[in-house]
Design a protein around this ligand. Structure first.
Ligand code: IMP
Ligand code: MG
Length: 168
């Protein structure tokens, strides 16, 4: 049994797109997907946006191959598009401890964007180790290790269309 079915995901991605369409109607934001986990969500979300967008990806290292973040975050692949003066929307798959995205938001803030918002598909709030404001949130999720819809365990299961909790 999936924890979140593809139908629920689809409805939620539509709801998030509607929120973004309302807030960015006359803007031209830069969407930055955090690889690899955000690639499926980003692809679905971006196609529902009704304003002009540009797409970028960043690679952050933190997790290694285990289930815990090391807290030691690096921007491995930065951006080719200048951030200064742009409206930025960071697209994340899931916020867990929050350390990865906190580091990336700080990296972006230093580059002086006009605005900086965070859109995340899932939020494991009970695991948070630093305060993070999620401006556009899909689902609050329980403290379980999730796979599917971009989320992996040891690089596997990213292609599952539903989100499932891994058996311990
Ligand atoms: P954080 O720094 O602890 O918030 O970790 C964030 C990153 O870890 C996410 O962007 C995911 O790529 C990964 N991650 C966190 N929880 C899960 C999970 O349940 N399944 C798969 N990946 C996860
Ligand atoms: Mg990620």
């Amino acid at each position: 049994m999936p924890l979140i079915s593809r139908q629920e995901i689809e409805a939620t991605v539509k709801r998030l797109a509607a929120e973004l369409n309302r807030d960015y109607r006359d803007k031209n934001p830069l969407l930055i997907g955090v690889l690899k986990g955000s690639f499926v969500f980003m692809a679905d979300l971006a196609r529902l946006l009704e304003f002009p967008v540009e797409i970028e990806f960043a690679i952050l290292s933190s997790y290694g191959r285990g289930k815990e973040t090391s807290g030691n975050v690096r921007v491995v692949h930065g951006l080719r598009t200048p951030v200064k003066g742009r409206d930025i929307i960071v697209i994340e798959d899931i916020i867990d401890s929050g350390l990865t995205v906190a580091h990336f938001l700080e990296y972006l803030r230093k580059r002086r964007p006009a605005s900086l918002k965070l859109c995340a598909l899932a939020d494991k709030a009970s695991r948070r180790r630093t305060e993070i404001a999620i401006d556009y949130l899909g689902f609050p999720v329980p403290d379980k290790f999730l796979v599917g819809y971009g989320l992996d365990w040891d690089e596997k299961f990213r292609n599952l269309p539903d989100i499932c909790a891994l058996e311990e």
